[in-house]
Design a protein around this ligand. Structure first.
Ligand code: F6R
Length: 600
């Protein structure tokens, strides 16, 4: 998500920081900033927008120590004040941060009482003030004490004017590497930022603090030097050949980010701060409408099953481009929920504005902070999936599903959901990132399957209940990037027409975890096999029986039925990806499509 670069050595730091930040641009960002320490005049420069918009007029400050950052906003709007580096009251500590500080509100309130003045809305700024509080003479000592108080994740690089000849670096669950050269040291969140300067790196581990000085560096523990083998183009995609693969691999992390700090296990409930202002109003609602386009629409469909089953709320899901032209029956007891990765999709925004005109409560489930949707809805929840660069949406879908699951708990616990049920869903939700990692280990198997099925021209995807929308999403992904004909249908619909197409040349991907509709799915698979259609099943780990009836099986771990879509979609994203690669397509930029659809 955000990007960090730092330099300390004998060369002017600014050009090195600038080229490093530019190499991180691929990650997406909304603002950026630099701090360069120069004895006579420390230099701080922060801007909203892209580096290229300002490059002509960049100053060229002196100074051989500096840190820089590209920000993708999660806490606080997109503004210069919220851009990094952040600093303390005395303008002594300058810091860049990746990650989320979960307990920043409570720390901030405490520090304000102690007299600290905050200039931004970010969680990051509390770290600066905590370091300020503990700073005596030695920066690393103050950083160590400050970090003891924070909960969450961080990769940080810190400079102090009063302890000037060093950069202090620390990490917890947010990547940080140190670049080691003769007489100079770099720090970065991502190898792409430093690979043109050095390939000798040290990967900092969780809870480690490193101190970089012009004449050497030390970490609390001895670490081996490693060599990066990646090509520059690979480095910019995090080492993956395509953004799409990188983003699929990030799916477990997306689940983790979506739920971080939001689950209250002991209360069987969730904290969704973005809904606080409307929580009383939401309690009065007796109907929800969920509106979205494409992949986000399929996430909304999964949400419908979740919300109806566990929150007991009647739901209606519609495609934004249809909804805006219908005459939907809504009243003051209806809340409209808009799901969008970009928050800029024209049809979704138009539907949102229609609802606002009618005085309906509007809620956004959005990835991009500060997007039009997030500004125009009455309240909302950010999915925190990070920038999605590949045109075909993958990881954002997981963020939407995890957020809809939390919304279900939030609304359910306001009405009929018991504490036990709330806890049960939360416990499963908390395990999901690990289970998703298990599914990703099947990537080589799925690649083999793609090789086996690459010459087929048509595919059915079938599923029921929670996995019916997953059949739709699996088919959309395949057609979008492989240009093959693929259709998703509800298993029960097969015999109402589609079965006519089945023969040995028309394979079906059947999503059939061991859940309440498993037996029905098996009947569907048998209908297909009776007509010699090849079947690939997505089944639950341990189901050996299914091997006897289908041609191929990809196993996913067991979880709650309502959460299976977060696992069953992963093999389908991988299958579409490998098929497109094998067919030689431009995976990240499929023909005729754009990432954000800002026209009707
Ligand atoms: C499919 C895809 C699109 C988007 C749709 C909505 O892979 O990317 O179907 O899901 O255009 O976009 P957002 O979520 O930005 O509103």
């Amino acid at each position: 998500m955000c990007g960090i670069v730092g330099y300390i050595g004998k060369k002017p730091a600014f050009p090195i920081l600038l080229s490093g930040l530019k190499r991180l641009e691929y990650r997406g960002y909304d603002s950026f900033g630099f701090f360069v320490l120069n004895k006579n005049k420390p230099f701080l420069f922060k801007k909203v927008g892209k580096i290229s918009e300002f490059e002509q007029n960049f100053p060229n400050p002196d100074g051989e120590i500096g840190i820089a950052h590209t920000r993708w906003g999660t806490t606080g709007k997109i503004s210069e004040a919220n851009a990094h580096p952040h600093y303390d009251c005395q303008q002594n500590i300058f810091l860049v941060h990746n990650g989320i500080i979960e307990n920043y509100q409570e720390i901030k309130e405490r520090l304000i009482k102690e007299g600290h003045k905050f200039l931004s809305e970010t969680d990051t700024e509390v770290i600066c003030h905590l370091i300020e509080k503990y700073f005596e003479r030695n920066l690393e000592e103050a950083v160590r004490k400050a970090l003891r108080e924070v909960r969450g994740t961080y990769g940080i690089a810190v400079i102090s004017k009063k302890d000037p000849q060093k950069i202090v670096v620390a990490r917890l669950s947010s990547p940080i590497i140190l670049g080691i050269n003769k007489d100079e040291f770099l720090v970065a969140s991502d190898p792409a930022a430093i690979i043109t300067h050095t390939r000798q790196v040290i990967n900092l581990d969780d809870n480690e603090i490193a101190v970089l000085k012009p004449d050497g560096f030390f970490i609390l523990k001895e670490k081996p030097l490693e060599t990066i083998e990646w090509k520059i183009e690979e480095a910019e995609k995090g080492g993956y050949p395509h953004f799409m693969l990188k983003e699929i691999i990030e799916e477990p992390e997306v689940i983790e980010n979506a739920i971080r700090g939001r689950l209250i296990i002991e209360e069987g409930s969730v904290k969704l701060g973005g809904l606080d202002s409307v929580s009383a109003q939401l309690r009065e609602m007796d109907k929800l409408v969920l509106v979205a386009c494409g992949t986000a629409h399929y996430a909304a469909m999964v949400g419908e099953y979740m919300l109806e089953e566990y929150a007991g709320l009647p739901c209606e899901v519609d495609i934004a481009s249809e909804f805006r032209y219908r005459k939907p029956v809504v009243d003051e007891k209806t809340a409209a929920i808009f799901v969008s990765q970009s928050g800029e999709t024209a049809d979704t925004l138009a539907a949102l504005r229609e609802m606002k005109k009618k005085g309906i409560l509007t809620i956004g489930i959005t990835n991009v902070v500060g997007s039009t949707q997030s500004r125009e809805t009455d309240a909302g929840v950010y999915t925190r999936s990070g920038p999605e660069i590949a045109v075909a949406s993958t990881k954002a879908f997981l963020g939407q599903l995890a957020t809809l699951a939390m919304l279900t708990i939030y609304l359910g616990r306001q009405s009929e959901m018991s504490l036990v049920t709330g806890k049960r869903i939360i416990e499963e939700l908390a395990k999901l990132q690990e289970l998703a990692r298990e599914v990703l280990k099947k990537a080589p198997e799925i690649e083999k399957l793609a090789k086996k099925y690459r010459n087929f021209k048509n595919f059915w995807f079938i599923g029921r209940k929670y996995n019916f929308p997953i059949a739709l999403e699996g088919a959309l992904k395949l057609k979008e990037i492989s240009y093959l004909h693929a259709e998703g249908i509800a298993g029960g619909e097969l015999k109402h027409g589609p079965l006519a197409l089945i023969d040995e040349n028309f394979p079906t991907i059947a999503i059939c975890p061991s859940d309440s509709v498993y037996e029905k799915m098996i009947s569907n698979i048998q209908e297909i096999k009776a007509r010699e259609g090849p079947v690939i099943a997505i089944a639950t780990q341990g189901n050996e029986e299914i091997k006897k009836i289908v041609d191929d099986v990809i196993y996913i771990p067991k979880t709650l039925e309502m959460l299976t879509p977060l696992l069953s979609i992963i093999p389908l994203h991988l299958f579409a990806y490998y098929m497109a690669v094998l067919l030689g397509n431009d995976v990240d930029k499929p023909r005729n499509l754009a990432k954000v659809i800002t026209v009707e």
